[in-house]
Structures are given as C-alpha cells and as structure tokens.
Design a protein around this ligand. Structure first.
Ligand code: FE2
Length: 625
C-alpha cells in the first residue's frame, strides 16, 4: 500500500473538476494507472488530500510520478494547478514530487532532489527530461489609467505648479521632496548615483573632443584653488554622455513635432562630496548654435539645460536601462530556462522563482506601453519608432562586464565616489547572492568537470548567448561554462539582474518622475541655440502637453505599484528543493538579506531623500511589474 498526499494550489482557479489519475514509477518498474476518487473537494483550490493505492509489486526507489487528467462526464477539461505530491512507500520511505505548475493534460514529475544529468542517470529520468524539454520548446517557440480631464487636454502647461494637480492624484513622500528640490544642482547630480539610471555615469579621464569645455568656463564652479585638469587627475570629474540617442527618430504628439537632444554633461565631485553638474552641451556636435550651458548662466538657461538632460535621461533609462537591461534580458533567461532546463535540474529549482510574472508583464508592455498607440506613442518623444532604434543601439553596448555589478562599477571607474548607494547596497546584495549560489552549486557539482559535462546546463548558456546576445562575441557574454566559479558568477548575474537591478531602476519611477520636469517624457521645442533669452515661458512651452504628462504620470504610477502577491528577494514559498542542505542554504541567504535590510533602513532614517530601492525587503524576486 502506497500513501499519497496531493496538494492543489491556493489560487482561486487552481482547482479542477476533471478526473485525475496517477502512475508511480520506480527503479524496478511502474504501477498500474490509478484513478484517484472523484469527489468534488479532492482537487479544489487549497485542497490537501490523502489517498491509498495498492500496488502488487515492489517498485523500488521512486523516480517520478505521472499525473494525467481526463474529462469528467461532459464537463470541459479545466487545467489544474498542482503544488506537489508526496508518496509514502509500504516500508515507510517518503518521496516528494514538487511541481508548482499548471497541468493541462498530463505531466511527469521527477522526485524532488536536484539531479545533474550524467551517463549514470537512470534512462527513465533521462527520457522524462527529454520529453519535458521537447514540450516546453514547442510552447515557447522563439521568442490605464485615464485621468479624466487631463487625458484629453492637448495644451501646454501654463504654470509649473499646476503639474502638482496630476501628480497629487497619488503622492508619495519622496515625490513631494523631489518636487521641492528638483532645481538643486546637487540633487541633479545625485540622481546619477542614486536615481533611476545609476549605470550611465563614468569617471572622466579626458574631456571628449566634441565637448570643448574650457578652464575659464568651469572656473566659477571649481573655485580658484584648482582647475579642470587637476580635478580630472584627482578623479573628481565625471561624464554623462547621451550619444546613444543620436539618430533616434522623434515622435509627433498631438500633431506637434517633438524633439530630443543628445546631451553631454560634465560633473564634479566637490569638496562637500556632492556631485554637481558644471557644464552641459545639448548636442554631440559643437558649434556656434550649440552653447555650453553653465551654472553661472541665467537661472532659466541653466534650468532649461538641466531639464533637457533629464528628458534625455528618461529616454535612455526607460528603453535601455529598464526595458532592455532588465525586462527583456529576464525574458531571454526565462524562456531559455523553460526550453533547456528540466524541472528536476538544480539550476531550474534555483532560478525559476526569479522569472515569476516576467513573460506576463512583458507582453503587457509590448501591447500597452511600447506597442502602436501605447503610452510611449502617446507621451514620449521616442514613441514606437524610436524605441526599437534605442534598443538596437543599447543592445550593441551590452557586455558581460556591464551585466555584472562589481565589474560594471570598476569598468566605469566608479569604485571610490562617495554616496553611491546603488553601488554600496548593490554590492552587499551581490555578495550575499554569490555566496548563496556558490553553496548550491558546490553542493550539486562536485567538480569543474561536472559543469563542463552537463549537457543541459551548456545548452542553456548557449541558447542565451544565441537568442539573447545574437552570438555577439564582442559582448564577452559566455557561450559555455567550464568551471564552477564561472557558473556561480553567471547565475549571480542572472538572479541579480532579475531582482535587485530591476528594483533599482523600476521602483522609484513614481518618486522621481511624477514631478514631470524632473523627467519629461518629451520636449516640444527644439533645444535652445542661444543663451540669455530663456524664460519660464520658454520652459513651459518646451515641456510636454497636459495630456502627455498625465499619460506619463499614470504609467509610472502603475509601474511603481507593488504587485498584490509580491515575493521578496530570497523568498521561496514553493519548496522546489526537497533536500535539507539546500533548504539550509536558503535560510542562510534570507538571514544575510535581513541583516543587509536592517543596515539600509537605519541609514535611510538619517537621510533627507532616503534610498530604499535596494533594501532587500523591498526588492521583488523577479521582474513582475
Ligand atoms: Fe519594470
């Protein structure tokens, strides 16, 4: 007699009224098909049911269970979300079969301990993994909110303060602060470190030839004791360059042409350890119609120049940093995982929780945000024509270095600048993740050879390289992995990107962008070609129309909303690892994360504008919004 426990998921629609049958498969053979009693409560949402089945032979060690569904009477087949099955053998040994997936017709669930496939793997398991992946490959083949009154208003804003009317439909503590300090140079600079786009800024070792900033220009900012050359040598000069926006077509909104600049902004770490802008040029090509704006210019000249930079930053942030470098990469990782790693593989168990809802949110983004008629078409200068162009250019710039936080920080020369909280908090999380991943990998892979010879793992890495990076060798993204160390780094990168990196560039969107002048989605006058004649009126005329602003703000509001059933970083409520040791590793990881969280929360209490986005207790496990 075998004792079964069958657990249905708790989602409202998880249950099924179909007939369910089971076959137990062991090393000595398999049982007959046993139909489980069809009682209405056996497979309803949240059901935990026990059954006994009689098998007249010794099946030996159990390897998998096969669940099948059939129509009950004339009812339609309805899918069933099964969490797991446990089986207790006549001699008392207990096996767990975790699934946590929808079943549409039938499924084979391997026993829960993670298995890296080798020549010695039982043929039944090899066959199960092959069939599972073949089916997955077939299914994964290749890859509003209306604000009444504002949504239909195609006018310019008349008074800057009116923008509060839209933003105030939902305020956040931080968005209020941003609307008060947005004009401050130190706030403008701090956003390169702790804002939504913290991966663009680089240490400047030489001012680019097409940005002819002179000592005389920056002398009022730097003061008498130093000069540009000295400050470059001290490592105190930084550059934000938006060259990537060159050649991106501009949208037409409300039948008016829109404009995009390709700014270059020089920043200085001053003796108070603030990062402040000291020169802004709004084009990549210098000339007499391309003034270099300075903090010593008139108030409106300088504000307008900074607004233009913020608008360029919005485009690069949303299309490159956010969409491409988190959402779309996570999609590539997710699809390759489903196609190449069977559910019994330890890597599958490790990373699948980090893809929860990613395909769903991306398909929403394709239709409602970046697709024809979507929010970008309605409200952003990039629109549906510009987004693919930025994506293509941003893709060319993605490298393995840029994807791995510690290397990226070093690559941009940003190791030493103070108050770079994206770096400081991110590195702590990276280290905790790396140690968790390394525990798991060293448990399942006892040698580098095992990594090299794991065909499923290698196929997974190769598919990501082929489909995600289009076999671009210059990116230095690995196409195979030969050691445990390289596997640990790769997996840390995948998990970090899908969780912490996305949180850093996603969660603050409402905080930073709901005060529209801090991140205009578009500009509707050309960049200023002269200095001295800009006024508040010029600025209001250049900012997005009322309805574009409303569309932008309502979108960032949605995108900053936490999902109802959020999973925090390191939370794995579905017990995919059934063995004790990996479960202990998970606990340890969670403890480390909660220590990091405590430190960050204590620090944030002392800050005027806190940086909560990389507090592990605020980070989602996956790209889900
Ligand atoms: Fe997002």
């Amino acid at each position: 007699m075998y004792k079964l426990k069958v657990v249905t998921g708790t989602d409202l629609a998880a249950g099924t009224c179909s007939n369910v049958s089971i076959v137990l498969v062991g090393v000595h053979g398999e049982s007959d098909v046993h139909q489980l009693p069809h009682q209405w409560s056996n497979f309803i949402s949240g059901a935990v049911k026990e059954f006994n089945i009689t098998v007249n032979k010794d099946l030996g060690e159990l390897m998998l269970v096969r669940l099948s569904m059939e129509r009950y009477l004339n009812f339609q087949m309805d899918p069933w979300y099964c969490n797991y099955v446990t089986v207790t053998c006549p001699k008392g040994q207990r096996y767990q079969f975790p699934l946590y997936q929808w079943i549409f017709k039938s499924v084979e669930i391997p026993e829960g301990k993670g298995v890296v496939i080798t020549k010695n793997t039982h043929p039944v398991l090899q066959q199960q993994r092959k069939l599972e992946l073949e089916m997955n490959r077939e299914t994964h083949n290749g890859l509003e909110v209306k604000l009444n009154g504002y949504a239909l208003n195609t006018d310019s804003w008349h008074i800057l303060e009116d923008i509060h009317l839209v933003a105030s439909l939902r305020r956040s503590q931080y968005s209020d602060i941003v609307s008060k300090i947005w004009k401050e140079d130190s706030f403008f600079g701090s956003q390169y470190l702790n804002g939504l786009n913290p991966t663009l800024i680089k240490k400047c070792v030489e001012v680019p030839g097409n940005f002819p900033v002179t000592d005389q220009m920056v002398a009022p900012s730097l003061g008498a004791c130093t000069n540009l050359q000295k400050e470059i040598q001290n490592g105190h000069i930084f550059l934000a360059d938006y060259a990537i926006l060159q050649g991106v077509p501009a949208n037409t909104i409300n039948e008016k042409p829109q404009y995009m600049a390709t700014p270059m902004c020089l920043l200085w770490k001053n003796p108070q350890d603030q990062l402040v802008p000291i020169a802004i040029q709004l084009s990549q090509t210098p000339g007499k119609d391309v003034p270099i704006f300075l903090p010593s210019d008139s108030e409106f000249d300088w504000i307008l120049a900074k607004i233009w930079v913020r608008s360029a930053d919005f485009q690069v942030h949303e299309a490159g940093t956010h969409l491409l470098n988190t959402h779309l990469l996570a999609e590539v990782f997710s699809i390759a995982t489903t196609r190449q790693l069977p559910m019994g593989h330890p890597l599958y168990k490790l990373i699948i929780p980090h893809f929860r809802y990613t395909l769903e949110i991306n398909s929403f983004a394709r239709t409602s945000l970046i697709g024809p008629g979507g929010v970008f078409d309605q409200a952003s200068v990039t629109g549906r024509g510009g987004i693919p162009v930025i994506l293509k250019k941003a893709m060319d710039e993605v490298t393995y270095i840029s994807l791995c936080l510690p290397d990226d920080i070093k690559g941009r020369g940003m190791e030493h600048i103070p108050n770079y909280l994206y770096r400081d908090d991110g590195m702590k999380i990276w280290a905790a993740m790396e140690s968790f991943v390394s525990n798991i990998i060293n448990y399942y892979y006892t040698s580098d050879e095992m990594v090299k010879e794991d065909p499923e793992l290698q196929a997974w890495v190769a598919e990501i390289f082929k489909e995600g990076f289009l076999q671009n060798k210059c990116s230095e993204v690995p196409y195979s992995l030969g050691t445990r160390a390289s596997l640990i780094k790769y997996l840390t990168m995948v998990i970090f990107r899908c969780s912490a990196q996305h949180a850093a560039v996603n969660s603050g969107q409402f905080d930073f962008y709901s005060w529209m002048p801090n991140g205009p989605t578009t500009m509707k006058s050309p960049p200023p070609s002269t200095k001295g004649d800009n006024t508040m009126e010029t600025i209001l005329k250049a900012l997005p129309d009322v309805n574009s602003t409303a569309a932008g703000i309502s979108t960032v509001r949605i995108l900053s909303t936490e999902p109802m059933d959020r999973r925090r970083l390191g939370e794995y409520p579905n017990e995919r690892f059934t063995e004790k040791t990996p479960q202990l590793f998970i606990k340890k990881f969670q403890q480390q994360l909660s220590e990091i969280s405590k430190c960050i929360q204590e620090r944030n209490e002392t800050m005027r504008l806190p940086y909560p986005y990389l507090d592990p207790s605020q980070i989602e496990n996956s790209v889900s919004i």
